[in-house]
Each structure stands twice: as structure tokens, then as C-alpha cells.
Write a protein that binds this ligand. Structure first.
Ligand SMILES: [Mg+2]
Length: 109
């Protein structure tokens, strides 16, 4: 699925942009969904000797999808097309790789 098409589809189930506190809702939702992924990963570490091959892939896909929904809607809130975000991110990482700066510190390395 095209990323901008996904973003537009996600918006069909989003609250209106001008709803009071909508940015807070989206930010907290994004953190909450990533937290759900972290919580499930923690249980694999705790209960399954960190064997991530045992991670329920269908459940992981659902949680990643929930996270993607919040990313898409939050991006739209600031009029950022998802395609543009993806392209910018890949360019940034390719540039870092070309300069041998994938590892290390700092957002703008
Ligand atoms: Mg979820």
C-alpha cells in the first residue's frame, strides 16, 4: 500500500484535527502503542529467555499497525505527507551510512 494512501485511509478513523487536545491524544496514543510493543518484548525477555523467534508475528504486526496509525495521523496534523517522511528518513540514513555515521550519537549527525 502506498504510504500516502495509507495515511488518507487512517484519517477516516481519526478525530477531527480541531478537536480539543487532539495533539495530546495522538502523542499519548503513539507512546502507548510503542509501550505495548515494549511490554510484549519485556515478557519475551522475562519468560522466554529473550527468544524473539517466539514473538507472535500476527500480534506484533497488529501493534506495529497501531503505531503506524498514530504516526500517520500525527504527521497529517502537521500537514506532513507520510511519503515525504519516509523518503526523508531513508535519505538521512543513507547519508549517515555513506559517511560511516550510522552508529554514534546526536539527532543531526
Ligand atoms: Mg495496540
Amino acid at each position: 500500500m502506498d504510504m500516502n494512501a495509507y495515511q488518507q485511509a487512517a484519517l477516516r478513523t481519526a478525530a477531527p484535527k480541531d478537536k480539543q487536545n487532539e495533539v495530546f491524544h495522538l502523542l499519548l496514543g503513539l507512546v502507548g502503542e510503542t509501550g505495548e510493543i515494549a511490554e510484549k518484548a519485556k515478557k519475551i525477555v522475562r519468560d522466554r529467555d529473550s527468544d524473539f523467534a517466539q514473538w507472535d508475528r500476527e500480534d506484533l504486526a497488529k501493534e506495529l499497525g497501531d503505531t503506524l496509525w498514530y504516526v500517520a495521523v500525527l504527521a497529517d496534523h502537521f500537514e506532513l505527507p507520510l511519503d515525504d517522511i519516509a523518503e526523508l528518513n531513508i535519505k538521512k540514513l543513507a547519508d549517515r551510512q555513506a559517511r560511516g555515521a550510522i552508529g554514534g550519537r546526536g539527532d543531526n549527525r
